[in-house]
Design a protein around this ligand. Structure first.
Ligand code: F6R
Ligand code: MG
Ligand code: MG
Length: 364
């Protein structure tokens, strides 16, 4: 059976500040998705939240970039924005760049990850959702899952994985893409993946079967809007088992925190903290950045789950390490490398400061 998985997310208002999601927005989304399921637009759905982002997880049989499915998500975000305005939630509608839908939510603010698949006899998938970071945050874990034999034993010892994976990489600044193959081209690939503020892995494919293995959202709100309008907190869908890494290999990159951009005012580096669903409410200095993992089995397009994959004491050490790293970075206050380089901050008073002090800068 051919099934399309669509995860479309947006920050349409935070509770309190940018820290979490108000239940009223989840309820509104649930109500509208239930109706869409009733009229057979969707096979199934789940509403989730990570920090201040509302996550619509939908299955259907209409393919990627379907205008009716995108319109549904857009209408839900508009209705949720009304609800957020009524409650005076913080930043109501902040990710919606336009009030008029034009066929596709891409480029309108929401983040989108979609894949059309032939559902296997058993189809385990994991949907990762992050808050207070950006799409490039998935580069390191995707590399580990699909190209690093120290992470994924199957790359060495499983016939189905041994031929490696192809990575479609987007340059979010010049709007170009390239596909590079692992393992043959990993040194070239890492040149780009190692610069995650500019490059993001959009898709990963099995080289043995050509099947899609993973897809992420790579929208970058700042680039889309030309000015700072909110964080492009990313999502990704990863297929597991069989021709793909095992569930445990897909989760393993998160057993140690790594540093991402996007903390406080989108202008600081911080550790990506692996948490259970209930702990994904970034509060300390508006962070540290969070990631949750929702596991599902698909059954003819029906979502069996979610299982809260990081709700496991085996990830406690990752959380402890993240807290240690967070404290260490916080001690730098306004200094790099905690604060982002000047041209990458999403907030900056630099222009004003230069206007005021420009003439006082003298040649050496
Ligand atoms: C938002 C975020 C927050 C905000 C900060 C200031 O995703 O990361 O750290 O940037 O709370 O928010 P504003 O400018 O809305 O007062
Ligand atoms: Mg927000
Ligand atoms: Mg957010």
């Amino acid at each position: 059976m051919t099934v399309t998985l669509s995860v479309i997310k947006a920050d349409i208002g935070g509770y309190v500040g940018h820290s979490s999601m108000h239940p009223a927005l989840v309820e509104k989304a649930q109500e509208m998705l239930e109706k869409a399921k009733g009229r057979k637009l969707l096979i199934d759905y789940r509403v989730m939240a990570c920090g201040d982002d509302l996550q619509l997880i939908m299955t259907h049989s209409r393919g990627e970039e379907n205008s009716e499915v995108h319109k549904l998500a857009f209408d839900i975000f508009m209705a949720g924005t009304e609800e957020a305005k009524r409650l005076k939630l913080y930043g109501a509608g902040q990710d919606l760049l336009s009030e008029a839908f034009s066929g596709n939510v891409k480029g309108m603010g929401p983040g989108v990850a979609e894949m059309e698949i032939q559902e296997r006899p058993s189809e385990p998938i994991i949907i990762f959702m992050a808050d207070k970071t950006s799409a490039g945050a998935w580069n390191l874990p995707l590399y580990k899952m699909f190209a690093d034999p120290f992470n994924t034993a199957g790359l060495v010892i499983a016939e189905s994985l041994h031929r490696g994976f192809a990575f479609e990489i987007h340059d979010v600044r010049t709007h170009r893409k390239i596909t590079l193959n692992a393992p043959d081209e990993i040194y070239d690939m890492l040149m780009f993946l190692g610069a995650p503020s500019r490059h993001a892995v959009k898709k990963v494919f099995s080289r043995a079967s050509g099947e899609i293995a993973a897809v992420s959202s790579t929208e970058r709100l700042t680039e889309v809007a030309g000015r700072y309008v909110g964080k492009d907190d990313p999502v990704m869908i990863v297929r597991c088992q069989g021709n793909f890494p095992a569930v445990g290999e897909v989760l393993e990159p998160f057993a140690h925190p790594f540093i991402v951009e996007g903390w406080m005012r989108g202008s600081h580096h911080g550790p990506l903290m692996t948490t259970s669903f209930k702990d994904a409410n970034p509060s300390r200095f508006d962070g540290p950045p969070r990631v949750i993992a929702a596991g599902f089995q698909l059954a003819n397009g029906t979502l069996v789950g979610p299982r809260d994959m990081f709700d496991d004491p085996a990830f406690d050490q990752a959380r402890d390490e993240a807290n240690t790293l967070a404290s260490m970075l916080r001690r730098h206050g306004p200094f790099e490398p905690h604060r982002l380089p000047l041209d990458e901050m999403e907030y900056t008073t630099m222009a004003g400061i230069m206007k005021k002090l420009g003439t006082r800068w003298e040649p050496l």
